[in-house]
Write a protein that binds this ligand. Sequence first.
Ligand SMILES: CC(C)(COP(=O)(O)OP(=O)(O)OC[C@H]1O[C@@H](n2cnc3c(N)ncnc32)[C@H](O)[C@@H]1OP(=O)(O)O)[C@@H](O)C(=O)NCCC(=O)NCCS
Length: 187
Amino acid sequence: MKNIPVPTFTTERLILKAVTEADIPAYTKYFVDYEIIGNLVSSVPWPYPENGVEEYVKTVIIPKQGNGRWTWGIFLKDNLNELIGMIEMWVEGKPEHRGFWLGRPFWGQGIMTEATIPVTDFAFDELNFKTIRFNNALGNERSRRIKEKAGAKLLYIEPEEFNNPQFTEVEVWELTAANWHKFGNKA
Ligand SMILES: CC(C)(COP(=O)(O)OP(=O)(O)OC[C@H]1O[C@@H](n2cnc3c(N)ncnc32)[C@H](O)[C@@H]1OP(=O)(O)O)[C@@H](O)C(=O)NCCC(=O)NCCS
């Protein structure tokens, strides 16, 4: 696939733009939180290393931008200096194709649902995904709701290790373009 640069998206409350090195302090402030990292698979280290975000941004996010992987920082329109979360898509299914997190002070306001809309449109319309797979820990109800509302269907559940040991299984979901356009592309 040819390189497709990370577009900037504007929604009602948000700007989504490519993560840069300038975002490392805010990324660290909001991401290094057990309430976030506990929900992630145990290949994400916990305790989180001191310069882990800097290394991840410099060696994974930036080099791959637009090249099989697209990573957006989430910003409130009235504070474009502070990244409050992240959403990313990648082509090669692990089996999932998307990851996201949002700083805890911003939960429960529909922000991630709003952020998923332009990103999912981009995946179907520009990246030509036929179906998109998502996953979440069985028990991560917030993340699950975002998939359900989008029109995704639960495919299977299997054992998985998460940083929070209370989570022992992963739910794997699939979203078709038809279901997205029917149910999902509205906040
Ligand atoms: C998952 C996450 C991104 C959600 O962000 P958010 O902006 O708060 O999500 P939204 O407000 O758009 O939607 C959350 C949905 O969960 C529902 N919800 C909130 N708290 C809930 C709870 N305790 N139990 C069940 N549902 C809950 C909300 O009501 C909403 O659904 P609704 O629109 O039907 O009301 C955020 O909680 C997060 O970063 N969590 C930690 C990292 C993580 O889990 N990442 C995903 C890994 S798969």
